[in-house]
Ligand binder design. Structure first.
Ligand SMILES: Nc1nc2c(c(=O)[nH]1)N[C@H]1C(S)=C(S)[C@@H](COP(=O)(O)OP(=O)(O)OC[C@H]3O[C@@H](n4cnc5c(N)ncnc54)[C@H](O)[C@@H]3O)O[C@H]1N2
Ligand code: MOO
Length: 650
């Protein structure tokens, strides 16, 4: 019988239980001495005091002459003072201040007698037109560091400058906290080492690589154990070995309620289970316990859940071990582009893309799937929805923890609209041309581009909206949705739309009518996408009732997602562009060539991002790249087809 969840405690309480248990175990910080030159990123175990002052002698701060300031007193531009060679010494920057001197005059302020060269400086009298003040241009002993003063407190992450300061202060070795060893045990019969050709059901083991990276970034030393099969004995053996060798252990997967989920039971049998089940999403099956004096954290198998749990529960443990804080980064207020509902049962962490549009930060939620690890790759920030909240409406303001510097986010082209793989190619070319710029794209269909532009939430978006009455693309939609104008319709590409089918089209699919036949399975695009409008239009034209097509309600958000489903055999056909079919080696039945334009609102036109986009569209690289992808025709990308100029509403 599987071990059911015991608790649904708040994350804060889970952390408290874990840290209280650690406190009961007693002092933990272990120290070691390392050479300063190898201490970068380590954490000081004690406060560090300077052994010597820096500079440790009075040092000349400039090239010139050293003298006693009093000999220059009274010198002005009209009443110069002449100093004889026995009253000054020629010095260079860094030299010890000669005995009897208390000031340095820069060589630029030293005037030699008429006809005398610099090589005679030191043996000739010099004229000064400015008085020196005592200790002028001298770095006195201890200007930087005074012997005995505290340089760094304990718990400081050692920076390159701190390394230099320690050496200057006469410290050659520094006491640092020993890196806590964190054991990582991946478990599961289905889990296999990463490989290029996994079989169905194989789960590639990549969680431990993610967790090891996180552990390292917080000053710990990861120890990854071999993949352990799903048996209580094997998991117990691996756990006992890990707790004997490490300071903390992550037991990965088997945390939920499935047949082979033993983690909680093994921890409870081998030690003390502190909790199983935390009110966070993703990550609710998280658990923790103490086994033989070592904290053990049960991390759910799904990678996104795993990242959230390791961040929420392991980080505080490492902070306690290290006596340091890896506090959450900067947060900022953002406006939500789409509604985001959540349950009252847990606090939810939603990954978001961010972009600055008209000076306002806009957050677009990314996939919330616990298995979608790329949501963390694409994320610019994390939005928290508190446990007592049902979520946020579109347009609501919320605080977002930033995962990238704001300055970078502000230089991101926000693309919200119809999906086409060419947007990724634009991002690549743009980034090479101007590395400070990036692209944040979200695929919400052509109508989504219009909605986003109306709400001032994007810089541009792809549109391919067929007007059934005229057979024209986009113009009538823009006229209707922007009666006050304020947008430009910019040419991008012409692309082939058609049915993506199995290679060689074994079922002979030529039309939607064929797909309405018994036994055929279709995969569709989401409502509001141009491709969906095309399928609906073709249904009408061919007099096919959409309800008669199996899978017409099965909606995907991108051409590639549709292609992947056809390739997997889960569907016999889906409407999409040729380039996506080509990536997946699928058959393709052309239906029409459509006009894929970009909608660019006037408010975004002058931004460096949009100007860079136009440059990319007009570049040879773009043309070459698009032609290589296949299924596109390129005429004059970047050309403004029509400017819907702003006009007052009547
Ligand atoms: N009936 C229920 N089923 C599930 C529940 C539930 O409450 N009732 N909870 C779901 C939630 S929420 C989560 S999160 C997962 C947790 O699953 P487990 O921790 O038990 O993990 P597994 O089932 O062994 O694996 C799930 C999934 O995770 C991926 N995985 C696992 N190990 C690795 C690895 N080392 N590297 C990469 N990916 C890994 C893989 O996709 C597995 O399929 O349970 C839900 N189910
Ligand atoms: O807790 Mo699970 O991690 O929601 O997906």
């Amino acid at each position: 019988m599987a071990f059911a969840y015991l608790t649904n405690i708040a994350c804060e309480e889970a952390i408290e239980r874990l840290l209280d248990a650690l406190d009961e175990l007693g002092g933990r910080v272990k120290k070691e001495l390392v050479p300063v030159s190898e201490s970068l990123g380590r954490i000081t175990a004690e406060p560090l005091y300077a052994r010597i002052s820096a500079p440790h002698y009075h040092a000349c701060a400039m090239d010139g002459i050293a003298l006693q300031a009093s000999v220059t007193f009274g010198a002005t531009s009209t009443t110069p003072v002449v100093v004889q060679p026995d009253r000054y010494v020629v010095v260079d920057t860094g030299d010890p201040l000669p005995d009897g001197c208390d000031a340095v005059v820069m060589v630029e302020d030293v005037v030699l007698p008429e006809g005398v060269g610099m090589h005679e400086l030191g043996v000739c009298p010099v004229t000064l037109y400015k008085a020196s003040s005592p200790w002028g241009n001298v770095r006195q002993i201890g200007e930087d560091i005074c012997a005995g003063e505290m340089l760094l407190t304990s718990g400081t992450v050692i920076s390159p400058a701190a390394m230099g300061a320690m050496l200057a202060a006469g410290i050659a070795e520094v006491p640092v906290v020993v890196r806590p060893k964190v054991g990582i045990i991946p478990t599961g019969d289905e889990v296999v080492p990463p490989c290029p050709d996994p079989r169905p059901g194989d789960v590639m083991e990549f969680n431990s690589t993610i967790f090891a990276g996180m552990v390292r970034s917080w000053g710990g030393e990861p120890v990854t154990y071999p993949i352990t099969p799903d048996s209580p004995e094997a998991v117990r053996d691996a756990l006992l070995r890990a707790v004997s060798e490490c300071d903390a252990v992550l037991l990965n997967a088997g945390s939920s309620a499935g047949r082979d989920d033993y983690s909680a039971r093994v921890v409870a049998d081998a030690g003390e289970l502190l909790f199983h089940g935390v009110a966070i999403k993703p990550g609710k099956p998280a658990m923790a316990g103490i086994v033989r004096g070592v904290p053990v954290i049960g991390v759910p198998g799904y990678p996104v859940s795993g990242i959230v749990v390791v961040e929420s529960l392991l980080r505080p443990v490492l902070e306690r071990f290290l006596g340091a804080s890896f506090a959450d980064g900067v947060s900022a207020e953002a406006t939500l582009a789409r509604p985001c509902t959540s349950s009252l049962k847990h606090k939810e962490y939603v990954r978001v893309r961010l972009g600055a549009v008209e000076g306002k930060l806009v957050a677009t939620p990314l996939s919330r799937g616990a298995g979608v690890v790329t949501s963390f790759v694409k994320a610019d920030g994390i939005m928290e929805i508190p446990q007592n909240s049902e979520g946020f409406e579109a347009g609501e303001k919320t605080r977002v923890r930033l995962l990238r510097p704001l300055a970078q986010i502000e230089r991101s082209l926000v693309v919200i609209g119809s999906h086409d793989p060419l947007i990724d190619e634009i991002a690549q070319i743009m980034h090479v041309k101007q590395p400070e710029l990036s692209v944040a794209s979200t695929h919400v269909g052509s109508m989504g581009a219009i909605v986003a532009a109306k709400r001032h939430e994007n810089h541009c978006g792809g549109i391919h909206l067929l007007d059934e009455a005229t057979g024209e693309y986009n113009a009538s939609y823009l006229e209707r949705h922007f009666p006050q104008g304020g947008v430009r319709q910019v040419e991008c590409v012409y692309r082939q739309q058609g049915f993506m089918v199995a290679p060689g089209n074994p079922l002979g699919i030529e039309s939607l009518a064929d797909l309405a036949q018994e036994g055929m399975r279709y995969v569709n695009r989401q409502k509001g996408s141009g491709t969906r409008i095309l399928s609906d239009y073709l249904c009408k034209q061919e007099n096919v009732d959409p309800a008669s097509i199996y899978g017409y309600d099965h909606e995907e958000f991108t051409h590639t997602a549709v292609a992947a489903l056809v390739e997997s055999g889960a569907a016999d056909a889906g409407m999409g562009i040729y380039s996506a079919a080509k990536i997946y080696g699928l058959g393709f039945v052309p239906v029409c060539e459509e006009q894929y334009d970009l909608l660019i609102p006037d408010y975004a036109w002058d931004t460096p991002m949009v100007q860079a986009l136009l440059e990319v569209l007009q570049s040879e690289e773009f043309r070459a790249r698009i032609e290589a992808m296949g299924g596109y025709r390129v005429e004059s990308p970047g050309m403004v087809r029509r400017h819907y100029e702003t006009r007052a509403q009547i």
